[in-house]
Design a protein around this ligand. Structure first.
Ligand code: F6P
Length: 486
C-alpha cells in the first residue's frame, strides 16, 4: 500500500525544532517510519492560477514530505477565516466566537479543491489517502469528484460538538454531507462520535447501523481512535533532557521550590485565564504556599491575526502581571510566563522537573501534553497531573486529579492537593496512567486506523455501487453508537 497523509500543518524531521500543536508532533515519528508521503501547507502562498501546484519535496524517513504553496487569494479566507474563525470555535463549542463570511466559506472550499488537485500527482493504483483535521472536511468529496476511487479516510483531532452548535456553522449541512465521501471517519472520543452520528440521524435523516452510515456516497464507517504517544521514547527523552541547558538552568533557579507546569498553544479553548485565576485563588486562600510553588506557563502564540486570539493574548498578559504584582516578592516571581515554543526534547525535561502538570482546557480533542507529562515523570518520584475532565485524555487518564475548568475554587484545591500528595498515592496514580499509555500508543493508533480504512473499503466494495448525486435523505433509524477500536 502506498499511503498519502494530508494535514494543513506538517513537521520536518528535526528533533530540536520547536513544535506548535499536537497533530504535527504526534504524526512525525509514525509518518517517518511508515514510508508515507505527508502532504501539507508550506506556510507560504503563491499568486495566480497555478497550473501545477508548487510543492517543495524533501525526504522524510522512509518516505517524503511535500509542502505546498497555497493560493494567495484564498489562504486568509481558508485558514484564519473559515477553518479557524468558524469551524474551530464551533468544534470547541464556542458558538459566541463563530465569525464567517460567504467569501471565507468559498475560499475554504477552493483550498480543499486545490489540495485535491495537488494530491493527484501522488496517486498510484494502490494509494490510500488519510486526511487529517477540520481544515479539510471536504477534501474527500473533492477527490471523489476528480474520479479517485481509492480508500480515503479522515481523522478529526478536535472534538465534535452537539448538534445545535454545529448547526451554527454556515453551510454545516453541505460540509457534513461532503464528509460522507470518506470511507472511514475517526474521532478522539465516544462522545464526539455520538454527537456526529446524532447529527447524521437527526439533521440529515440518515440511517446508521453499527457505526456505518449510508448516504448518496455509499457507506462510511464512523469509529473512535484515541490518539496516543510513544511513552517509552518520551520517557527516555526526558531523562536525557535533564542535562539540556534550558532544563538545568530552570532546575538551578528553583532553589528547592516546587514547580507546576502548563504548556499550551495560546488558544481560548485551553482555559488559560481560569487556570491563572485558580493559582491566584490558591495563593490567596493558602498564603503559606507562596514561595513554595511557582507556575511555569508556556503559551505559544498562534493564529495571531484573529481578533479572539489577540484579545486573549493581551488579557492573559495583563492577568499574569496582576497576579505576579499581588503575590510576588523581591526575590520570588509566582508565574513565569513564556510566549515561545520549545522542542519536544526540552519539553520532556521541563515536564520531568515539575511536580505538578496542569492541563485544564475548557474543551479539547485529546491534549497530548497530558500524556507527555505523565510519560516524562521519574517512576520513583512521579509528579501529579491535574487534568480537565473536558479533555479527551481524561477518558483514559482517569487516575489524574480530574477537575472542572470552570470551577476556579475546585481547581485551586486540586492543585494544592497535588502539591501535598504522598509518594505512595502519586506512584499508584502514575502507574495506572502509564499502563494506559503503553496499551494505546501512537504506533497502535496509526496501524489501527490504516487497517480499519482498508477494511472499510473492502466492505464498501461488497456493498451497493455509488448512488447518483441527489439530495435524497434516508429514513431515520434508532440511535446507534459508532464502533470503537482499542
Ligand atoms: O487539532 C487541532 C490542531 O490541528 C492541533 O493538532 C494543533 O494543536 C493545532 O490544531 C495547530 O493549529 P495551527 O496549525 O493553526 O497552529
Amino acid at each position: 500500500m502506498n499511503l498519502v497523509v494530508v494535514s494543513n500543518r506538517v513537521a520536518r524531521g528535526m528533533a530540536n525544532e520547536p513544535m506548535t500543536g499536537g497533530l504535527a508532533a504526534a504524526l512525525l515519528p509514525v509518518v517517518e517510519k511508515s514510508g508515507a508521503i505527508w502532504v501539507g501547507s508550506s506556510g507560504r502562498v503563491r499568486d495566480g492560477a497555478q497550473k501545477e501546484p508548487f510543492a517543495e519535496i524533501e525526504a522524510l524517513g522512509a518516505g517524503a514530505l511535500a509542502m505546498l504553496d497555497l493560493p494567495a487569494a484564498h489562504y486568509g479566507g481558508y485558514y484564519e477565516g473559515f477553518a479557524n474563525s468558524a469551524l474551530w470555535p464551533a468544534l470547541h463549542s464556542r458558538s459566541d466566537l463563530i465569525r464567517a463570511s460567504q467569501e471565507d466559506y468559498l475560499s475554504y472550499r477552493e483550498v480543499n479543491a486545490f489540495m485535491a488537485r495537488a494530491l493527484l500527482r501522488f496517486q498510484k493504483q494502490d494509494t490510500t489517502f488519510w486526511v487529517q483535521d477540520y481544515h479539510f472536511l471536504a477534501l474527500g468529496a473533492e477527490l471523489r469528484e476528480l474520479g479517485v476511487t481509492q480508500p480515503i479516510g479522515f481523522f478529526l483531532h478536535t472534538p465534535w460538538p452537539a448538534r445545535a452548535v454545529i448547526g451554527g456553522v454556515p453551510h454545516h449541512r453541505r460540509l457534513v454531507e461532503a464528509m460522507l465521501a470518506y470511507d472511514l471517519i475517526g474521532f478522539q472520543t465516544q462522545d464526539d462520535c455520538e454527537n456526529f452520528l446524532g447529527y447524521l440521524m437527526a439533521d440529515l435523516g440518515l440511517k446508521v447501523e453499527s457505526g456505518v452510515v449510508t448516504s448518496r456516497h455509499g457507506q462510511t464507517r464512523v469509529a473512535v481512535f484515541p490518539i496516543g504517544i510513544d511513552p517509552e521514547k518520551f520517557a527516555q527523552q526526558s531523562i536525557k533532557a535533564v542535562s539540556h541547558p534550558d532544563v538545568s538552568r530552570l532546575r538551578r533557579s528553583l532553589n528547592g521550590e516546587k514547580l507546576a507546569i502548563g504548556v499550551d498553544r495560546l488558544d481560548y479553548s485551553k482555559g488559560l485565564v481560569n487556570r491563572i485565576c485558580a493559582f491566584d485563588q490558591m495563593w490567596t486562600a493558602q498564603p503559606a504556599l507562596a514561595r513554595t510553588v511557582s507556575l511555569l506557563q508556556i503559551a505559544t502564540p498562534s493564529r495571531g491575526g484573529i481578533e479572539a486570539y489577540g484579545n486573549l493574548q493581551s488579557d492573559l498578559a495583563k492577568l499574569i502581571s496582576d497576579v505576579n504584582g499581588r503575590h510576588g516578592e523581591v526575590d520570588w516571581t509566582p508565574i513565569r510566563y513564556l510566549n515561545k515554543g520549545f522542542s519536544q526534547t526540552v519539553l520532556a525535561g521541563l515536564y520531568r522537573t515539575a511536580q505538578v502538570g496542569v492541563v485544564t482546557p475548557l474543551h479539547d480533542g485529546m491534549n497530548l501534553v497530558a500524556k507527555e507529562y505523565v510519560a516524562a515523570q521519574n517512576p520513583a518520584d512521579p509528579g501529579v497531573l491535574v487534568l480537565s475532565k473536558f479533555a479527551g485524555a481524561a477518558n483514559e487518564l482517569d487516575t489524574a486529579l480530574l477537575v472542572n475548568p470552570h470551577d476556579i475554587d475546585g481547581m485551586a484545591r486540586a492543585i494544592a492537593t497535588a502539591l501535598s500528595m504522598p509518594l505512595l498515592e502519586r506512584r499508584m496514580r502514575w502507574e495506572a496512567m502509564m499502563k494506559k499509555l503503553r496499551s494505546s500508543t501512537i504506533q497502535q493508533w496509526f496501524a489501527d486506523f490504516v487497517d480499519a480504512l482498508q477494511e472499510a473499503q473492502l466492505d464498501k466494495g461488497a456493498s451497493a455501487p455509488l448512488i447518483a448525486e441527489s439530495p435524497t435523505l434516508w429514513p431515520r433509524r434508532s440511535a446507534n453508537g459508532g464502533m470503537r477500536y482499542h
